[in-house]
Design a protein around this ligand. Sequence first.
Ligand SMILES: *[C@@H]1O[C@H](CO)[C@@H](O)[C@H](O)[C@H]1NC(C)=O
Ligand SMILES: *[C@@H]1O[C@H](CO)[C@@H](O)[C@H](O)[C@H]1NC(C)=O
Length: 214
Amino acid sequence: MARSGRSSRFLIGGSTCCWVLLGLICLALADSAQVKERSPTILAGDTIQAVERLFNQVLYSTIEDARQRLPALPANETIDRQYFEELDLVAGNEDYYSTAFYIFAWINSDLMYHKTPDKLLVEVLPGEKIAIRRFFAKVKPHLTKYLRLSRQDRAELVSNVTQLATETEDGLITTFLEFPQNLKSQLPELQLMDYTKLAQALVQGVASGIWTKA
Ligand SMILES: *[C@@H]1O[C@H](CO)[C@@H](O)[C@H](O)[C@H]1NC(C)=O
Ligand SMILES: *[C@@H]1O[C@H](CO)[C@@H](O)[C@H](O)[C@H]1NC(C)=O
């Protein structure tokens, strides 16, 4: 009897405590929901994170695909291994994706210069295009949600992204590379990470002969 009395007192005490806690949690949640709804910065930040994650997935899969195919290709047709070594040096640091972005552009440079593509590009290209179409398909709901919540109308941007999710032409590669810049010009608050930062350093390296073989 005494025991059950104590435990029911405890229960009453405990449940009061629970209600207070629950109330506080509700208040906090309501508060953060309000902040989330009101703050364009948080909304933009969430969208940027999602788009960046998806963009980087494409870079990562292309690089890994190219890296795996590299040893099987004849030496005269391989891209410079030094680029992959450079990527390994920056693995885990903030320059990783800007270097990957540059290597992606480099793998596809024949295409962009309208030259006959080398063997690596021929092998990597189909997979790349699939990954990019998937990117545009996955990015679309994030962008439409962002546009709806921030009450903006960008019908042309959404329609372009929709179309790109089924695009098969080689121009898809360039569109993907230009996407961070294009998004920034359409929606300046959605500026993705600066992929070109280290790329510029590497281009300067090429210009000054650091990366070219003697
Ligand atoms: C690479 O080597 C192969 C076979 O030795 C040759 O047929 C091909 O023309 C070479 N490619 C280049 C770009 O030199
Ligand atoms: C949509 O695509 C067209 C054709 O590629 C391009 O000219 C236009 O700038 C794009 N618009 C947006 C908002 O991305």
